[in-house]
Design a protein around this ligand. Structure first.
Ligand code: FAD
Length: 276
């Protein structure tokens, strides 16, 4: 059986972006994803765009997961949005805390993603399959790797079915994290999140903030290519396909691609892996 893959998109901000995403999805469906997920801006900022994109994917005959972040939200609002998603036929959620600028979101009734998972289960039973986030290189706000692992365990015990990792470029961090999860007696699938490398400055900037380390040798190589986009892409493709191969050999249950709404990089990686 082919390794299951899933694909992540963000809700487009303009009609042109929506057209480009439709075209990208059309190509990517050749990979037969198990599901496609759509991110959700913290504080509900992309609520309409997320739900519209999720609805389009379902209408295209592909299973869709809505990301759902709880920071700053009230129980009444979450209840209402869960009812909307259920009515749309959504059966899968990626349940998150989300991040808000400091000060914003005070008054919200959820503190951590585990509170959201618990609430979704209490309100909707088994109506949704629930995915949660995890961090092989430790979430940037965690007190320690051990505390972060316990926070992850709390999400699983609250009812998560499966986990998707933050992206990483060091396979050992993933395998170690999964070992530690198993030592706690948690058996849920932990699917690595893979970020293709197509752009150097964006990746380096973004990674600092989200708890994903770019190893020194990759960072220096990327910086050495300057504006040479072709070299960055060729190097990125080699590094990330090697990473995926190692993860597959190590027995991962699937791969989740952060597509950044682009088809080519993910298609090229899957082709290199013999996936299409
Ligand atoms: P949590 O699991 O709540 O953890 C947040 C922090 O709190 C961690 O440091 C954890 O160690 C700590 N913590 C948790 N529980 C406790 C506790 N009981 N006591 C003390 N500390 C605790 N963001 C978006 O806004 N929209 C998206 O669509 C989105 N999609 C994502 C998809 C994936 C696969 C991943 C990996 C991340 C995504 N994010 C998204 C980013 C995510 O919202 C941020 O990383 C956020 O900072 C943490 O969210 P979480 O759900 O992991 O939070």
């Amino acid at each position: 059986m082919m390794l299951p893959i899933s694909l992540e998109f963000f809700p487009p901000k303009t009609p042109d972006g929506a057209d480009k995403l439709r075209a990208a999805r059309k190509q990517l469906y050749a990979l037969k994803p198990e599901f496609c997920s759509v991110t959700y801006g913290a504080g509900g900022s992309t609520h309409a765009g997320t739900f519209t994109t999720v609805g389009e994917i379902l209408a295209e005959g592909v299973d869709a997961a809505s990301h759902f972040s709880c920071i700053g939200a009230t129980r009444a609002k979450v209840r209402d949005q869960l009812a909307q998603l259920k009515a749309m036929g959504v059966k899968r959620l990626v349940a998150l805390r989300g991040d808000l600028p400091s000060g914003y979101g005070i008054g919200g009734e959820f503190q951590y993603a585990s509170d959201l998972v618990e609430f979704i289960r209490a309100e909707t039973g088994d109506a949704f399959r629930i995915e949660v986030a995890c961090y092989p290189e430790t979430h940037p706000q965690a007190k320690s790797p051990q505390a972060d692992l316990q926070a992850f365990a709390a999400k699983v015990r609250a009812g998560a079915d499966s986990a998707i990792t933050q992206y990483f470029y060091n396979a050992d961090s993933h395998f170690r994290f999964v070992d530690e999860v198993r030592k706690l007696g948690l058996e849920i699938p932990v699917v690595p999140g893979i970020m293709p490398i197509t752009n150097s400055s964006q990746l380096l900037r973004f990674s600092d903030a989200c708890g994903a380390e770019i190893p020194r040798w990759i960072r220096l190589r990327l910086q050495s290519y300057g504006d040479d986009a072709a070299s960055i892409k060729a190097f990125g493709q080699e590094v990330v396909s090697n990473l995926c191969e190692r993860l597959i050999r190590g027995g991962v249950p699937g791969i989740h691609f952060y597509t950044m709404n682009q088809a080519k990089a993910t298609m090229d990686l899957c082709e290199a892996l013999g996936r299409c």
